[in-house]
Design a binder for this molecule. Structure first.
Ligand code: AP5
Length: 241
C-alpha cells in the first residue's frame, strides 16, 4: 500500500506527471463530494462536480439552468448533450492542465463514450504510452446508509462545507462551524426525490462501471467506512503499489 504522507511527494499515476483524470463514480450520497474535496486539497487539482456546476447555472438562471432546474428537482438526469458541453468548457480551463477530479461525471454510457473521445482528441499528438488514462474509483455504499446520509446532509450556502446531522453534525445545531451561516438542505434531498435519484443511478449510471471495468481502469472501494479510511483507500488507488 502507498505511504499516506502529506501529498507533497509528487507521487502520481500518469507518465506526464498529471493526476488522473480521476473519476469518482458512485450513487447519490456515496461521498463523492466529501472525498473529492479532500483529494483536491491534497493534490492541488480542481474538483469538477457536474451537480455543483448545474446548481450554479440554476442559481444564475442561465439558459442551461432553466432547462436543468425541473429535471434536477425530479431527481432525473439532465440530457447528455447539455452536460457534455458544460464539461467540455470546464475541462479547457487552465487549472485542469495538471489533472482534475470528475465528481458525478460520466453518469451514462453515452457520457463515458463522449469523455473517452474528448480525452483522445486532447491527446492526439502524444504516443499512446505517454497518455494518462482515467483512474476510476467506484464507491460502494449500502442502500439504507445512502438514504441516511442524504436525508441528514446539510451544507453551508456560503463556504459549501458539507455536514451531516447523523454522522458529522456542526457544533451548533444547523449552523456552519466556519462562518456561523445557517445551514441549508438541498432541494433534491427529500425522500421522494432521493428514491428517484437512486433509481436513476441503478438504471443509467451503474452500467458506466462495466464500461471502465472492461478497460481495466476501475477500482472499487468500500465507501461505507469512516471518512478518513475512505480517503486512505482513495490515495492508495491513486498512488498505487
Ligand atoms: P449531484 O450533485 O452530482 O448529486 P449526486 O450524485 O446525487 O451525489 P450527492 O452530491 O448527493 O452525493 P455525494 O456522493 O457527493 O455525497 P456527499 O459527499 O455530499 O447531482 C445532482 C443532480 O444533478 C442529479 O440528480 C442530476 O439531475 C444532475 N446531474 C449531475 N451530474 C449529472 C450528469 N453527469 N449527467 C446528468 N445529470 C447530472 O455525502 C453525502 C452525505 O454523507 C454528507 O452529509 C456527508 O457528510 C456524509 N458522508 C460522506 N461520506 C461519509 C462517510 N464516509 N461516513 C459518514 N458520512 C459520510
Amino acid at each position: 500500500m502507498a505511504t499516506l504522507g502529506d501529498g507533497s511527494s509528487g507521487t502520481n499515476a500518469g507518465p506526464s506527471g498529471k493526476i488522473g483524470p480521476l473519476i469518482l463514480l458512485g450513487p447519490p450520497g456515496a461521498g463523492k463530494g466529501t472525498q473529492g474535496k479532500r483529494i483536491s486539497d491534497r493534490y492541488k487539482i480542481p474538483q469538477i462536480s457536474t451537480g455543483d456546476l448545474l446548481r450554479d447555472n440554476v442559481t444564475r438562471e442561465t439558459e442551461l439552468g432553466r432547462r436543468a432546474k425541473e429535471i434536477m428537482a425530479r431527481g432525473e438526469l439532465v440530457p447528455d448533450n447539455l452536460v457534455c458541453d458544460m464539461v467540455a468548457t470546464r475541462l479547457r480551463q487552465a487549472d485542469c492542465q495538471r489533472g482534475y477530479i470528475l465528481d458525478g461525471f460520466p453518469r451514462t454510457p453515452a457520457q463515458a463514450g463522449w469523455l473517452e473521445a474528448f480525452l483522445e482528441s486532447e491527446f492526439f499528438d502524444k504516443p499512446r504510452d505517454e497518455r494518462d488514462g482515467p483512474i476510476v474509483i467506484r464507491m460502494n455504499v449500502d442502500y439504507n446508509l445512502l438514504k441516511m446520509r442524504l436525508t441528514g446532509r446539510r451544507s453551508c450556502p456560503v463556504c459549501n462545507t458539507i455536514y451531516n446531522v447523523h454522522f458529522q453534525p456542526p457544533r451548533v445545531n444547523e449552523t456552519c462551524d466556519k462562518d456561523g451561516t445557517k445551514l441549508i438542505q438541498r432541494n433534491d434531498d427529500r425522500a421522494e426525490v432521493i428514491t428517484q435519484r437512486l433509481q436513476a443511478y441503478e438504471a443509467q449510471t451503474r452500467p458506466v462501471a462495466s464500461f471502465y471495468a472492461a478497460k481495466e481502469q476501475l477500482v472499487t472501494i468500500d465507501a461505507d467506512r469512516p471518512m478518513d479510511e475512505v480517503t486512505a483507500m482513495m490515495v492508495w488507488a491513486i498512488e498505487g503499489e
